[in-house]
Write a protein of this length. Structure first.
Length: 227
């Protein structure tokens, strides 16, 4: 596990508050808005209304927010967290999602979530990895946004193949029957946390299940969106 430094993770300049992890200059660059559809999170000429793709075939969720597209420097930090046990970065990355959510909350009138869920790892994969990179982030986000975090609200009941090795069609097939919703979501606004949304197959399958159980709305929160 990497220690939390007294310097910015990105530019190595000294920090006044080490727990923030990123200096104010790098933070402004990261949080600069980019033109993306508020519904699917893909590149769009307008960031205030759904794109043509969503008008023709809207995704099941109601809003997707990402800190940045899947590109450096955030791409590098996400990979460190997922694959190199850089768990000291979790609070700093959660803060980036919080700041992006606050922007969207003020400008797009998003409902404040009642419950926060994470895209789950299969128990064996979590055991082999030794940690769930989303868990620490979710605890902080739930505290900051004053909603309830259900750690076991979503369970992966079938392991399946690793998603980033598959194409879009194979991803959808790989997810059939993979999850179970155990949280009480009827009538509640749900935020679903993932680190990276690529094709959207995973979050679409979970959103379908949440809405089928009566969720009032589903927001997708992620660090990066593949455009």
């Amino acid at each position: 596990m990497l220690p939390m430094p007294a310097a910015c993770w990105l530019c190595q300049m000294p920090l006044n508050l080490a727990r923030h992890g990123i200096c104010s200059v790098c933070l402004r660059a990261l949080m600069k808005p980019y033109s993306a559809c508020p519904r699917c999170g893909l590149a769009s000429g307008h960031s205030s209304r759904p794109c043509g793709r969503c008008l023709l075939r809207p995704p099941l969720w109601q809003h997707l927010l990402a800190v940045t597209p899947w590109q450096p420097p955030l791409k590098t930090l996400v990979n460190r967290l997922k694959f190199y046990r850089a768990t000291a970065q979790a609070v700093m990355l959660a803060r980036l999602i919080l700041l992006r959510w606050l922007q969207e909350y003020r400008h797009s009138k998003l409902p404040r979530p009642d419950i926060l869920l994470c895209v789950p790892l299969h128990s064996r994969r979590a055991w082999l990895r030794g940690y769930n990179q989303l868990d620490d982030m979710a605890q902080k986000l739930a505290h900051w946004t004053r909603c309830r975090y259900e750690r076991r609200g979503l369970i992966r009941i079938r392991k399946g193949k690793i998603q980033h090795h598959l194409n879009a069609l194979a991803r959808r097939r790989n997810l059939r029957g993979a999850f179970r919703v155990t949280a009480e979501v009827h009538g509640r606004h749900v935020a679903l946390l993932d680190d990276v949304v690529t094709t959207g197959s995973t979050v679409a399958e979970i959103a379908r299940m949440l809405l089928a159980q009566g969720a009032a709305s589903v927001q997708i929160w992620c660090l990066c969106r593949t455009l």
